[in-house]
Design a protein around this ligand. Sequence first.
Ligand code: GUN
Length: 278
Amino acid sequence: MAQIIDGKLISSQIKSELADDVKILKAQGVHICLCVIQVGNDPASSVYVKNKKKGCELIGIDSESYELPEETTEEELLDLIDRLNNDDRITGILVQLPLPKHINEDAVIEKISPLKDVDGFNPISVGNLCIGKEGFVSCTPAGIIELLKRSNIEIAGKECVVLGRSNIVGKPMSLLMLRENATVTIAHSKTKDLKEVCKRADILIVAIGKSRFITSEYVKEGAVVIDVGINRGADGKLCGDVDYDDVFDKCSFITPVPGGVGPMTIAMLLKNCVIAVD
Ligand code: GUN
């Protein structure tokens, strides 16, 4: 039977630690302000943006937001980022993804100053992570490392399989596990013998966006299973990429959906906002 990793609880602990840090910084006259930009009105993005602003309020930092119309041009968005890069009041910049199709996401991400890139998506931030230099790290993978460490799960020397190779989760996740001295395999949709590859994992991290895809057949007895997915199952309920009920008895630790990895993303974004003024 697995121990449940409570992401809600751990994220609350991190936010409370950050609120203490912010108090000290404020007393020293340090000002923190996150600027969040949303283009268009994708309902899921609106919820994420609202929660990010609420998170800022909770730990005592300022936030500003731009809710721009769907028709905003790439040039207008790049100009706004340019102004924010040069505005000393703004210490962190986040552009909510996805952007409308007519805007090149890569150009927008590259425009954000690496000094204010609290999402950790800028190629300079990714490059720093790759060569082991300090810099902002993508929030969801950074949150998973915190979940593992705060649950006293050893990483060094462990076989880790990361299922998924996105720029936001899979790739930075693999680099972070490597930094923690795990032996890392990145598996993806073209991987042969996926079940056998996943079964090698002491720590299996799943980010493929397929409802309840990982069943007990993919999991080694006693493995740690981290589920990054948030999907709406055929029954209408929120579910992860892992078939939670099916793997529960086989693993040693598991993250639930909701309440596992999800709450960590905002906690780590807030941590990056604090790091930005260090
Ligand atoms: N869209 C989905 N997740 C994220 C995230 O972590 N950051 C941004 N900027 N957009 C997202």
